[in-house]
Design a protein around this ligand. Structure first.
Ligand SMILES: C[S@@+](CC[C@H](N)C(=O)[O-])C[C@H]1O[C@@H](n2cnc3c(N)ncnc32)[C@H](O)[C@@H]1O
Length: 267
């Protein structure tokens, strides 16, 4: 059984790009660092955020790393297609960073800590390669922040399968609410966490498509085989849960989810 890691299948790649595109303004209106910065993007995956943040910071240089060569290849293709020239992609493990201490002015990472069992360890390692007074920016979701209309216990059960699978794989799908304590335990100062709530209703058909259907429901749909084979839920029940999630994207439905963006500074 493949471990559940976002970004490795083509279904997941498409989903991550849809997610990044529909959330670009909400999450990245303030992803702007001072000119001429050298910025580490840790766990860039297929470049879904790279393609948004690099063009907003044209005088800065990004070093975007990931452990997966396959994802990096996709990220490079996306960067080339979008004519992005201020990013250098490199294969690297955040737990064995091949950079000098205090090399980077700033660090950015999204949806990475939720997949690893030791987020504080990861943040401490990243802090080593960050200059004094440099900042780290972390974006994470929190599945516990999901509510919708029409409400459905079966849809909530399907979502809970994702939370459970991620836990079994050493991750935490409810990590968003923990960003402040995680950054604090890792020794960062001046921490600010801002919740970024997605609220979708009929008045915003782009978000109904881009977020409710193609980001959130697609993510839950993506775990169907694993959730069923591990007996977390029956096939019929899971399908009904997906149907109920899709119902929130039909006329009269609404959907809420909160991301968290945390910024800390190195002493
Ligand atoms: C969910 S993806 C997020 C990708 C991207 N940040 C985004 O927001 O679309 C998590 C990424 O972290 C990478 N990753 C996981 N563990 C890592 C590690 N120890 N070092 C570097 N990258 C890692 C995975 O390969 C995957 O591409």
């Amino acid at each position: 059984m493949n471990k559940y890691v976002h970004g490795y299948s083509s279904h997941e790649s498409n989903r991550l790009h849809d997610q990044a595109d529909s959330l670009a303004d909400l999450l990245h209106y303030d992803s702007i660092w001072e000119e001429d910065s050298i910025i580490l993007e840790a766990g860039c995956g297929i470049g879904a955020q790279t393609k948004i943040i690099a063009p907003k910071n044209l005088s800065s240089k990004f070093v975007s790393i990931d452990i997966s060569l396959k994802s990096l290849e996709q990220a490079k293709t996306i960067a080339n297609t979008n004519k992005i020239n201020n990013v250098e992609f490199q294969q690297a493990d955040i737990f064995e960073l091949p950079f000098e201490d205090e090399y980077f002015d700033h660090i950015f990472l999204s949806y990475l800590l939720e997949h690893i069992p030791n987020p504080v360890d990861a943040l401490i390692r990243l802090k080593k390669v960050l200059k004094k007074e440099g900042t780290i920016t972390v974006i994470e979701g929190d599945h516990g922040s999901t509510y919708f209309h029409p409400d459905s216990d079966i849809a909530k059960k399907a979502i809970q399968c994702q939370v459970e699978l991620q836990k079994q794989n050493g991750g935490d799908a409810n990590i968003g609410r923990k960003l402040y304590p995680l950054l604090s335990q890792s020794g960062f100062k001046d921490i600010k966490v801002s919740p970024r709530q997605v609220y979708v209703d009929d008045s915003n058909p782009d978000w109904v498509e881009g977020f409710t259907k193609n980001t959130f429901t697609a993510m839950i749909k993506g775990i169907s085989k694993e959730a069923i084979s591990k007996n977390l839920i029956g096939k019929k029940e899971f399908e009904k849960g997906i149907k109920h999630l899709n119902r929130t994207a039909e006329g009269g439905g609404t959907f809420c989810y909160t991301f968290f963006k945390g910024i800390g500074t190195k002493d």
